[in-house]
Write a protein that binds this ligand. Sequence first.
Ligand code: UGA
Length: 440
Amino acid sequence: MVDLYKNKISVIGLGVVGLTTAVGFALKGHRVIGIDIDPEKVMKIAQGMSPIYEKGLGEALKKSRIHAAIDFEQILDSDISFLCCGTPSNGDGSIDLRYMKGATEQLAEVLKKKKTPHLVVVRSTVVPGTTEDRIIPYFKDLAEVGICVNPEFLREGTALEDFMSPSRIVIGESEPRWGDILLDLYDDFVCPVLRTNLRTAEMIKYASNAFLATKLSFINEIGNISKKLGIDVYEVATAMGYDKRIGSEFLRAGIGFGGSCFPKDVAALVARAEETGYIPKILKEVLQLNREQPLRMLELLRKHIPELRGKTIGLLGLAFKPDTDDVRESRAIPIIEALVKEGAKVRAYDPWAMPNFQKLFPQIEYTSAQEVLASDATLIVTEWDEFNCLDYSNSIVIDGRRVDSAQKARICEGVCWEGNNNVGKEKPADLMASLDRIRI
Ligand code: UGA
């Protein structure tokens, strides 16, 4: 029988990155086997159901017909394996390679039985030097196994779209012949391709995430200063963004970044740098500012409700960003911890993330957006579109994400901008004139 598939690929680790990579390559005409240690997840995928909420992934999974298994032996029926295991943080911020180690060990065992060449591609985010020092040694006696590093730049919520239309493809290669195979796999993707060595490819991923995180802490700092000076940081950011060297994206000031990537990756890069004896001052401050930023909401809240004990405080938004049910490193976590510590009663609403959040905070009340708005005060933590359609007119709102209609609240205070409680305060005429000029 003629094999109609272009290549046979296996993907190890079926989280957002792995599953998107598996489905994406399957849609491109490759035969894909997905391997994961979680039998429940594997069963769902095998039935064509996505175990995670990710836009478009469920439908694409049904179309793609990928195979899913827990059995590593299945890898023998592929020629290229993508390692997509999670790389969480240790307590000190350094990278925890436990899942990578487990998967690599099993992969190496299986590949001992393989008679034909095999390419192992590290797609997980691993600190520079990991592939050379911690992955390659497992394959050193296997002459026909090659190694590449191929970092992903997928955002949660648009992961499949980002896979299909990448901004760039980075190929770190142990030898050019292995990089050639990976290049071939990406032959019908239209974007710049960069070929380099393994540790440079690893660093490109960290440098990209660390830069974006820095941009966010930077604009939040400008926002904090602007708030003190009665300046709207969103107008400042709009004007800054027209400079191509700065760019307009990632300048939405607020309560900082969460998610499974930025906080963990910046911390891991800091730890890796410190191992070399270098103290990365900027990156440490990026993280520190990000830790403090959500707590600014409480300072602002106390301006309006000085004693929080016994008061009911509502939260709109629990996900780390809109359009996901992921609550990892959500800014809602430190905010709720602080509120509970101060003796406030907390109620919260999120369109998708309540079940996940409930696992972390079973003691708070989960309710509707309307109920949240009936609290003594409401904090906006995630900028879901639907929050722009709520009636805030009877509420005291501290807005951490700049939701336009919250400005209509009885009192609205922005975390890095004024809100409406300073309405009537005169702005200097020359400042008003310059703001009008930049308005489009
Ligand atoms: C991030 C990167 O954007 C991806 O390129 C990368 O591939 C991914 O990490 C990863 O390493 O796998 P993601 O964590 O999905 O993607 O989320 P982002 O959309 O980047 O948002 C991160 C955080 O920054 C969110 O909490 C969001 O609310 C916040 N943010 C983003 C702002 O506060 N302001 C902005 O202007 C943009």
